[in-house]
Design a protein around this ligand. Sequence first.
Ligand SMILES: O=C(O)CCC(=O)C(=O)O
Ligand SMILES: [Fe+2]
Length: 283
Amino acid sequence: MTARQLSAEREQWVVEQAMAGADPDSVLKPLRAEGWDEQAAIDAVQAAVSDFIERNAQQTGLPRPVRVPVPAEPNGATLLDAGDRQVQVLASLMLPRVLVLGGLLADDECDALIELARARLRRSTTVDPESGGDQVHADRTSRGTCFTRGQNALCARIEARIARLLDWPLDHGEGLQILNYGPGAEYRPHHDYFDPAEPGSQVHLARGGQRVASVVMYLNTPKRGGATTFPDVHFEVAAVKGNAVFFSYDRAHPMTRTLHAGAPVIEGEKWIATKWLREGRHD
Ligand SMILES: O=C(O)CCC(=O)C(=O)O
Ligand SMILES: [Fe+2]
């Protein structure tokens, strides 16, 4: 059965009502008076509004939304199955989509990752917007190193765990990046997606498409400072060894509110492992 459609005139009226913040009943009432079945009227109004949003998004140059990992539903399970571990949902936010996860890594896994990374640390870089190459930048004062996917047994185990937790193919992810922040070091507010408008993004997008989600895993507990902050929504996640913060972004746009930062470490040091998930296969 094809869904009943609104007349062009009626459709425009529905959109105007929605934009003016009219309550749904007052929009449905005239349709019911014209003989519309209740559910058909609801479907037609929803279709009119989402068509309008999509057309408007295209006209204003918004990137189209893409599929992202969805590890948990609102008010859903408290423990998530990650194959070899159960992971706790400690907090959840819808916009930006953020999940604070407890116990993603065991303490000895955190210690071992730090030891594997320690000898390889170099000053962290950011993506040069022009060339797509690495550049040392004052916005990022940590030291770090990247492992390739499956570079060692521990990386492979953690990658498999994340793939299972997020229900996202293993090969749609980058290798783990390990960062070490000393006192005063930070990562100033940024988005993790590649800005499609920057020429340097193209080389990254050609390898697996956009980043669609990040998992920042805390490998130690700094004495003070070093939270992951989301300045658009004044939300911060404390760095606690073994815990992690997951966030997803369905398009490369600030409307995802996924602007985030590694706040300065005030006392002690901070170690993290970051996993970025891609739209497609990342080789
Ligand atoms: O240090 C943090 O808490 C955030 C790290 C981060 O944003 C990143 O690795 O992209
Ligand atoms: Fe980031």
